[in-house]
Write a protein that binds this ligand. Structure first.
Ligand SMILES: [Zn+2]
Ligand SMILES: [Zn+2]
Length: 160
């Protein structure tokens, strides 16, 4: 089981070229949204409100509805991946060219998210799908947990 490095992400230039070839209309706002996701530290995800707040701090001319639409649109063309990580609605991250899906471990107290992949779980899921007559296409898995008291990267860690 390994933590993921963000190696499998297409370069932004390659992505923009691909979108243009598909006839996607790139606006400055959509390009800014893509930029924000490229700048996001590994393991971080944004929901519409997070993104809206970020965009709002840069430009006055944006509404929450426009932000929602931009996210939906970018997810529909495969730029972003949509996941339900917490009760705060859908979260987004850059879609990666990865052979195996990655999963999320989320702390229900501080919200810290760790990504991992697991060939074992993928294998199990493939077998379950096959047993019921399906072909597995994708898998989303969210493990809800709480940070152990001495977890080094927990923002709420008690300093001793
Ligand atoms: Zn993720
Ligand atoms: Zn935590």
């Amino acid at each position: 089981m390994n933590r993921l490095a963000r190696l499998m992400i297409r370069s932004k230039q390659a992505l923009l070229t691909e979108l243009r070839q598909k006839g996607f209309r790139m606006t400055p706002q959509r390009e800014r949204v893509i930029d924000i996701f490229y700048d996001l530290p590994a393991g971080e995800h944004l929901n519409a409100e997070d993104l809206y707040r970020l965009l709002k701090s840069e430009t006055r001319d944006i509404s929450l509805a426009t932000t929602y639409r931009a996210l939906k649109l970018l997810a529909s063309v495969g730029v972003l991946r949509e996941e339900e990580l917490t009760e705060d609605g859908k979260f987004y991250e850059l879609a990666r060219d990865e052979e195996a899906p990655h999963y999320h471990l989320i702390c229900t107290t501080c919200g810290l998210t760790t990504e991992f992949e697991s060939p074992l779980m993928l294998n199990e899921a493939t077998q379950v799908a096959t047993a019921f007559g399906f072909e597995l296409k994708d898998m989303q898995l969210k493990l809800q947990a709480t940070c152990l008291p001495d977890k080094p990267d927990c923002p709420n860690r008690q300093s001793r």
